[in-house]
Design a protein around this ligand. Structure first.
Ligand SMILES: Cc1cc2nc3c(=O)[nH]c(=O)nc-3n(C[C@H](O)[C@H](O)[C@H](O)COP(=O)(O)OP(=O)(O)OC[C@H]3O[C@@H](n4cnc5c(N)ncnc54)[C@H](O)[C@@H]3O)c2cc1C
Length: 299
């Protein structure tokens, strides 16, 4: 039996694994892939101690660190966690079962996409799903923000400080961001708001340089070098809905110490209700969940 099974090998899961192995816990980390969202990031510029680092290198350095400490990795997709009558849990994929005293769920999330042609091509080449990650790279450029909720508004508010022109698009007839921020944005001269509007085409060569907007049937072309998509996310936690308390977008509810609604199961990183979906935040939460799993095992 393992002391801890960690589900997800992104920054939260890998950090949890480092802390667990250093506490001499028998640790298994199970993930669909190594690195999670980090492995899909070309350049990270907000990781303390490393001025610039590419995501794949960072992810594989973390993996090497976990392995050097004795952590085991398995590539698999977990579909079920069951509480054992004798104590502990059985963590299962379609055909494999792992027994453990505690579980740390660090399964991340998936950002909602526009669902249009060329989206993959321009992702990381002008198209971004993370204002805190990529916003500063667009200083002096014309940009668009898709999504009229609070995340979209925060992105617009920041970009208006560094960009000459920001186009803000909302698919419904109403911007849903909180009134105070919305009023502030409406007073700025470098923002143009489009309600009932969506991007229907992305264009450019290697880098994004233009978009076509459909506003209520009317087509508008705009030159932009950046598009930020802030239309929400979905945690991949359908398989956990009968085991843990989740919120309306599938995020796991936890307390400040990473405890879920089931004693012995902890959660960390983007899969939780953490407000800031960032690497260092996920790592901090991974450390907390790991130390709490250790405390749980010790009894
Ligand atoms: C394109 C992009 C750029 C970014 N740039 C930055 C940046 O510059 N700076 C920054 O701080 N943040 C950045 N972020 C955000 C950052 O990557 C995330 O906040 C961070 O990776 C979250 O870590 P996590 O471990 O919680 O989840 P994730 O990184 O999402 O990892 C979760 C892992 O769990 C696995 N998993 C999920 N479900 C299961 C299951 N059922 N069974 C087994 N495995 C499972 C997934 O496959 C994945 O490997 C960026 C994100 C993206 C998408």
């Amino acid at each position: 039996m393992y002391d801890v099974v960690i589900i997800g090998a992104g920054p939260a899961g890998m950090t949890a694994a480092i802390y667990c192995t250093r506490r001499a816990m028998k640790t298994l980390i199970i993930s669909k892939e190594i690195g999670g969202q980090v492995a899909r990031t070309f350049l990270i510029e907000n990781y303390p101690g490393l001025k610039k680092v590419d995501g794949v290198s960072l992810a594989f350095d973390m993996k090497a660190q976990v392995e050097s400490l004795g952590g085991e990795f398995l590539m698999d997709t977990i579909e079920k966690i069951e509480k054992l009558p004798s104590g502990g849990f059985e963590v299962s994929s379609t055909d494999r079962h792992y027994l453990t005293k505690t579980v740390v769920v660090a399964a991340g999330l998936v950002k909602k996409k526009l669902g249009i042609t060329n989206e993959e091509k321009y992702s990381g080449h002008g198209l971004s799903y993370c204002i805190n990650c990529d916003g500063p790279l667009f200083k002096g450029k014309k940009v668009a923000v898709v999504g009229g909720g609070n995340s979209g508004a925060e992105a617009v508010e920041f970009l208006t400080k560094i960009c000459p022109q920001v186009y803000w698009l909302e698919i419904t007839d109403q911007i849903r961001a909180e009134a105070v921020l919305l009023d502030k944005i409406k007073k700025l001269d470098n923002v143009e708001i489009f309600a009932q509007a969506k991007i229907i085409a992305l264009s450019g060569n290697d880098m994004l340089s233009g978009i076509v907007i459909d506003q209520n049937g009317k087509k508008l072309e705009k030159d932009v070098q950046g598009v930020f998509v802030e239309i929400g996310y979905q945690a991949q936690t359908d398989w956990l809905k009968n085991t843990l308390d989740l919120d309306e977008v599938g995020q796991i509810k936890i307390n400040a110490l990473g405890h879920t609604s089931c004693p012995g199961i902890f959660a960390a990183g983007d899969v939780t209700q953490s407000h800031y979906k960032q690497i260092v935040v996920a790592e901090g939460m991974g450390a907390i969940a790991a130390l709490e799993a250790y405390r749980f095992c010790r009894g």
